[in-house]
Design a protein around this ligand. Structure first.
Ligand code: ZN
Length: 125
């Protein structure tokens, strides 16, 4: 379990420093398609209107803030001895899943159900 704590701490530190980096600007490495060919992509980003850039950086920041919140919640759950238990069905979350995504709060089955539900809701509109 100490390993998990370290991983959560590490992820939290990384997410927080990413947030600081973003500041008022756009983090190019966070944009879709940015990996691999950063320089070419940076040129394209310059052509995007300033307000679109701003919106994208807001979205990026929002995702990071959500991640930080999930990581903090996971650390809380670790302190309370509830870490690794699905918040939906109270079953244990598989170690492989926790290893890949240390901040998850649901098991694969519940995650599937939640995602299917979300898709149904969005396709209805
Ligand atoms: Zn579950």
């Amino acid at each position: 379990m100490d390993d998990i704590r370290k991983r959560l701490d590490h992820n939290l530190t990384a997410a927080l420093s990413r947030l600081r980096q973003i500041g008022g600007g756009v983090a190019v490495e966070e944009l879709p398609g940015a990996s691999g060919n950063n320089s070419r992509f940076a040129d394209e980003v310059d052509k995007i209107q300033a307000n679109e850039n701003l919106e994208m950086s807001f979205a990026t920041r929002e995702r990071l803030v959500e991640r930080v919140n999930r990581l903090l919640a996971a650390l809380d759950r670790l302190n309370d001895g509830e870490y690794g238990v699905c918040v939906e069905c109270a079953e244990g979350i598989s170690p492989a899943r926790l290893h890949a995504l240390p901040e998850v709060q649901t098991c694969v089955r519940c995650q599937d159900r939640i995602e299917r539900f979300a898709r149904r809701m969005s396709s209805r509109t």
